[in-house]
Design a protein around this ligand. Sequence first.
Ligand code: T46
Length: 131
Amino acid sequence: MHILTFKRVTDGRGDLYAAEGGRDVPFDIKRVYYITNAPEGVRRGFHAHRTLRQVMICLRGSVKLRLFDGRAHEELTLDSPDTGVYVGPGIWREMVEFEKHSVLLVLASEHYDEADYIRDLEEFKEFVKQN
Ligand code: T46
């Protein structure tokens, strides 16, 4: 995991942020998705990826991100459109405590592929041992 900071261009018309694949983001972006309308108390994620690389940006509101690499746990709150979190393969992620009206944007290195997911924690721990 590492934190990325995006440049903000502010003028009298508002704030503009840019994130370019291969420049601000450490991969070519093949897919963008976003999560909105998360009900209070909902928990998302609870999986890892075998190869996928992603950057998560909370455009509005806030969300707590819990990460586990098989050894150590990390927790951070995403709450600013100028901050992205790079999450590489082999990291278990959980998104909790979505503030009402939050918008979580995710930039991904690959197209959607369910076979890339590890959705069982024990299987994930085994994956970490093998890799
Ligand atoms: C991740 C975290 C941060 C698609 O059809 N296309 C897509 O691009 C995605 C991401 C999901 N889906 C389908 C698959 C499921 O039927 O949407 C449904 C919900 O997906 P999921 O339960 O995996 O959603 P989250 O919020 O738990 O996880 C998502 C991403 O799937 C995952 O890669 O790292 O956000």
